[in-house]
Design a protein around this ligand. Sequence first.
Ligand SMILES: Cc1cc2nc3c(=O)[nH]c(=O)nc-3n(C[C@H](O)[C@H](O)[C@H](O)COP(=O)(O)O)c2cc1C
Length: 386
Amino acid sequence: MVGGLRNADDFREAARRRLPRLLFEYIDRGAEDELALGALRRSLDEIQFMPRMLTGHPTRDLSTTVLGQRAELPIIVAPTALAGLASHNGEIKMARAAAKAGIPVCISTQSITTIEEIRAGAPAAMLWFQLYVWKDRSLTRRLMERAAAAGATTLVLTVDTPVVPNREYNARNGFSIPMKITPRATAEVMMHPRWLFGVLLRYLLSSGMPVYGHYPKEFRAAMTRPSVANAVKLENLLNWDDLRDLRQWWQGKLVVKGIFSVEDARKCWEIGADGVVVSSHGGRNIDSAPPTAQILPPIADAVGKHIEVLADSGVKRGSDILKYLALGARSVMLGRLPIWGLVCGGEAGAHALFEMLKTEIDITLSLLGARTPGDVELLLPRAASR
Ligand SMILES: Cc1cc2nc3c(=O)[nH]c(=O)nc-3n(C[C@H](O)[C@H](O)[C@H](O)COP(=O)(O)O)c2cc1C
């Protein structure tokens, strides 16, 4: 346990105290009126388990295989931009913690530390790479080659973010990429000396102002400088032919993240993707997006026999993970929770968070009389029934 932190809310609250408000809210909050965030929570809370008694299992087995790799837990660290701001060299620490827990970690295109540096710092990590397609396809392809060379086995193509989503608090707080030094932001940072000295100043003294590490040198702008060049703007016109191209270019496993409809999941399968992530991006993009629990069952039914269906968004407890698994997910991605772990205790903090979830899953399985997540039976509200 890290400093008496017993559940996800404890970690979140401790992180809130440690981080400047502009960074905490960037990580924690959702889009617009945060309807999607509320819907995620409600949809998970209204699902119940049907316990079975007298099953007499002496031990539980939480291991699984995902995209051809064995994992000790049905968890994957989701890609999160700027996770390196949560802790100095945070992305390396996260990869090390995930390796220790025996789970894959997906590195964002917009991480601060490059995938090569993360590989060097975490040789045992099961690295995946998340791709935002840039306007310049040759630069995009070069980025994919770097990910492959660093040993990323799975490419996660994110398709749900064609534009910067509307999150007004970021503007109010003065948080933008590139970062702008406003009086308000500066005051906030000064009021959080642990973050100022432990994270920001350490970057400033070693490598300078933190930047998106994967952006090509000639385009890389310190976050305090004007916007990145056109070539590395996120492609807002992605279509199915782009997915076909990526399938040709990428030799490893290919997963499409941000799928809501059965039709789109089928198309991904037909084009040769190995998996999809059913996700509302943690309630951060479309504010009236349907919650994962609602759309996961029909997608899993339609394509789950052919490709792997992963899920994310809104997870707070081990029991939430079991619910997504029982609704048809093969494994569950976690975005915010591992970041809170990093903020609270670096590598050890992220690892403690994985251990906490493992314990929660294990206790829930035991109480349900289940040996594996596959044994779990749900009592569904009408809208979510499979
Ligand atoms: C701070 C933050 C940054 C994120 N950056 C990315 C990103 O760069 N690429 C991406 O595909 N998803 C990104 N996401 C979404 C996560 O991958 C994931 O879908 C989401 O966080 C899951 O919800 P949860 O945070 O409730 O677990 C980000 C999420 C957060 C919280």
